[in-house]
Design a protein around this ligand. Structure first.
Ligand code: SF4
Length: 436
């Protein structure tokens, strides 16, 4: 492990952000040369990610307030207060970083962290230790849903370069009843007080209302888009649909440009459904990827499309089970934001509480999206899902769809079970189940 000065760490982090910025600028330039309907939908995604890095760079270079937070903790509040944030746990899993991932996983191994921990979090620890993650001026932690995340929290809280940074942690109760949500609204209020104290800014409640109203529109459009994905053949491929979640919850939360992009997504999908133009020329297999999006899934997805005419029609990140937020007053807004953070988001929704929700989501996805097969990747970090595998198989059996259980994989480390091995397993399954 490299031991170096604060300046060296800072420079290394800045160098990496600049590399990401260059990657997005080049990609955008290439996209702008093409004018297909698909590239028009990809361009705003690249722009949003580029903007994310540019803002982070500005904060570090100009030593402005920079918030490190975990995925989707009330991003509407951050936006209403005009506070830039990056996601500690996913900062290193953007499209531009796929090219570094193997090298960095190898470096991460040298930290000696347990290999059965989720590599998403192992890599976050490596990014902090090596200085590749920018050092924030304040941190807001999420203490759910998995034990691995609590491990990351401890690493962040005690790391020598990060331990003196002011931080706030939301305390997640176990239940989801009204009393719980009232309590958690208080935790969201705590987020606001913490940010006000750290930045000297004051939350303008009317501005928050405006942002939430815009983000409500985005959730409605997201749900509408998902309904269009029920069509046979499915109008779009998976790569594109997997981007709704980061756009709505991370990059352009409550931003009218995101709403416009979602309208274009819906419009394009509507037109394709109307003209029966599927993403695949001859869609043969409709797949539910029963987990979150991961970095090597793009390759696997391309292979599924080309070799098996299989389209991933739904997954856990693209699923949209969110409740619209009542904007009548401050309490209803905090309560609604709290519910999204505590109960609705990916990972949280599937991991906390009993297996009922996991299974009913799966039943619904299979039915609504007319699935032929479910792939539960059994990610090594997802002890909860591995424990529920028997139940997942049962749901698939009852619904009459194939359950293509891939054995044990690490969805963030393609070295654990190689892509070739996964392809081989899936091919055998698809043939055996008569889907090939
Ligand atoms: S992917 Fe799973 S194990 Fe990893 S942080 Fe998310 S919930 Fe935890």
């Amino acid at each position: 492990m490299v031991v170096d000065s604060k300046t060296e760490r800072r420079e290394r982090g800045l160098r990496r952000i600049r590399e990401e910025i260059d990657w997005y600028k080049t990609t955008l330039k290439e996209l702008d040369k093409l004018t297909t309907d698909e590239t028009k939908l990809w361009a705003p995604l690249m722009r949003a990610q580029l903007e994310q890095y540019e803002k982070t760079l500005r904060c570090v270079e100009e030593r402005k307030p920079l918030l490190a937070s975990y995925w989707s903790i009330c991003p509407e509040v951050y936006r209403a207060m005009d506070i830039h944030y990056f996601n500690v746990q996913g900062h290193h899993f953007q499209q531009s970083q796929a090219r570094f991932v193997i090298r960095e996983l190898e470096e991460c191994d040298k930290l000696g962290l347990a290999r059965d921990n989720c590599s998403l979090l192992r890599l976050a620890m490596y990014y902090i230790a090596s200085g590749l993650m920018p050092t924030p001026t304040m941190i807001i932690h999420k203490l759910e849903p998995c034990d691995a995340l609590l491990g990351l929290h401890e690493a962040v809280r005690t790391h020598k370069e990060w331990r003196d940074i002011p931080h706030y942690s939301l305390d997640p109760p176990y239940w989801e009843d009204d009393r719980t949500l009232d309590y958690y609204a208080g935790e969201v209020n705590g987020v606001v007080s913490f940010l006000e104290e750290q930045t000297g800014k004051k939350l303008d409640v009317d501005r928050l209302r405006e942002i939430i109203k815009e983000s409500n529109k985005q959730y409605e459009l997201w749900a509408e888009y998902n309904e269009l994905r029920r069509a046979v053949p499915c109008p779009h491929g998976y790569d594109l649909s997997a981007q709704l979640y980061p756009m709505v919850q991370i990059f352009w939360t409550g931003d009218p440009r995101c709403t416009a992009w979602l309208r274009d997504m819906v419009g394009d999908a509507e037109e394709r459904v109307r003209t029966k133009k599927g993403w695949l020329e001859r869609e043969k297999v409709r797949v539910i990827w029963f987990d979150v999006y991961c970095i090597w899934l793009r390759d696997l997805n391309a292979w599924l499309e080309q070799e098996w005419a299989a389209n991933i029609v739904m997954d856990m990140s693209s699923y949209c089970p969110y409740t619209l937020i009542d904007t009548s007053n401050e309490h209803t807004m905090f309560k609604g934001l709290g519910k999204r953070t505590l109960c609705d988001q990916i990972m949280v929704r599937q991991v906390r509480g009993s297996a009922d929700r996991l299974l009913s989501d799966l039943q619904r996805m299979i039915k609504d999206h007319k699935a032929d097969a479910v792939i539960p990747p059994t990610h090594i970090g997802h002890k909860d899902q591995i424990a529920s595998l028997g139940l997942i198989r049962e749901v698939c059996r009852d619904a009459g769809v194939a359950c293509l259980d891939m054995g044990m994989v690490d969805i963030f480390d393609p070295r654990y079970t190689t892509i070739d091995e996964i392809k081989d397993r899936l091919s055998r399954y698809l043939i055996t189940m008569g889907l090939g």
